[in-house]
Design a protein around this ligand. Structure first.
Ligand SMILES: C[S@@+](CC[C@H](N)C(=O)[O-])C[C@H]1O[C@@H](n2cnc3c(N)ncnc32)[C@H](O)[C@@H]1O
Length: 271
């Protein structure tokens, strides 16, 4: 996301004003994703899926998050893969916000500064007009990407020598934002609110790409095992996941209409 230091300052001031009237400390990650959350919404199971994939292909996996922002998601990954690192082009997010830049985030441009090979490269949300797929392609056999239908660049990697092997759907920050805004921060008549609920959609897609057949097989088996474990151990979660539940974005909840209905977080496998 291209943002000037001035735009960032204004966003920080809005966040401060918003906090004076906020209803829940967990809402701001879906209202100010760049400053307080991520552009894709996630649960602990998403982190666990990615971590399982990483350890299924290496006992000491190397993991890079490209365009990691201030590292909200990366920090969760690092709880399991301590040497995971991020690359972020824009240093203003640290300096304008007064946050110390962690050592595990390098300020660099992914288009020409991914220096080594990684077991996994994660690309969460590519800005429209920014395309570093060629740079990513030469450095890994496994790409995990999230894209926001209609908003981010549709960052498919099929034409870059990878095969998509699995995907799942979660809400984007905006989908959750709409629900929160309609319910808590807008005076919408009840009737209108109920109509709006029916229009609820979830637009964020997680795609798993691999260019190595043996690894693809291992990853598919790992994801199947993960899904079985998730339904049994749904108690393992982050505290902000309550917001997702409240907004109607529950684990395995159906979204969409009769023509295109999918269950959230259900893993779909490509042949
Ligand atoms: C929409 S934000 C997403 C940030 C974070 N991944 C998230 O989901 O919240 C996209 C990020 O990619 C970074 N970015 C854009 N082009 C980049 C590049 N060529 N190299 C590294 N980072 C880049 C932007 O500065 C921005 O922080």
């Amino acid at each position: 996301m291209s943002y000037s230091p001035q735009a960032l300052k204004e966003a920080i001031n809005s966040l401060k004003r918003y906090r004076l009237n906020s209803v829940s400390k967990h809402h701001e990650r879906y209202i100010f994703p760049l400053l307080s959350g991520t552009y894709f919404s996630y649960r602990k199971i998403d982190v666990q899926r990615l971590v399982s994939i990483a350890y299924s292909i290496s006992s000491n996996p190397s993991y890079l998050d490209v365009g990691c922002g201030y590292g909200d998601f990366l920090k969760r990954i690092r709880q399991y893969i301590p040497n995971a690192i991020g690359i972020e082009k824009n240093s203003d997010i640290f300096y304008e916000c007064g946050i110390a830049k962690p050592d595990f985030i390098n300020i660099a441009d992914a288009r020409w500064e991914i220096k080594q090979d990684y077991d996994i490269i994660f690309v969460g949300w590519m800005d429209p007009g920014v395309d570093f797929r060629d740079a990513v392609k030469s450095k890994t056999e496994v790409v995990i990407t999230t894209l926001d239908q209609g908003l981010s660049l549709a960052a498919e990697y099929d034409a870059h020598g990878y095969k998509r092997i699995a995907y799942w759907r979660t809400p984007s920050w905006e989908d959750v934002n709409h629900e929160i805004m309609n319910y808590y921060y807008t005076k919408v008549p009840r009737e209108t609110y109920l109509k709006l609920i029916k229009m609820r959609r979830a637009h964020n897609l997680w795609y798993i790409y691999c260019s190595n057949e043996t690894k693809s097989e291992v990853i598919v088996k790992t994801l199947i095992r993960n899904m079985q474990g998730e339904s049994e151990a749904s108690s393992s979660r982050y505290d902000f996941e309550d917001v997702l539940d409240e907004c109607g974005f529950k684990y395995l909840e159906s979204v969409g209409d009769s023509t295109s209905c999918e269950r959230l977080w259900e893993i779909y496998f490509d042949n």
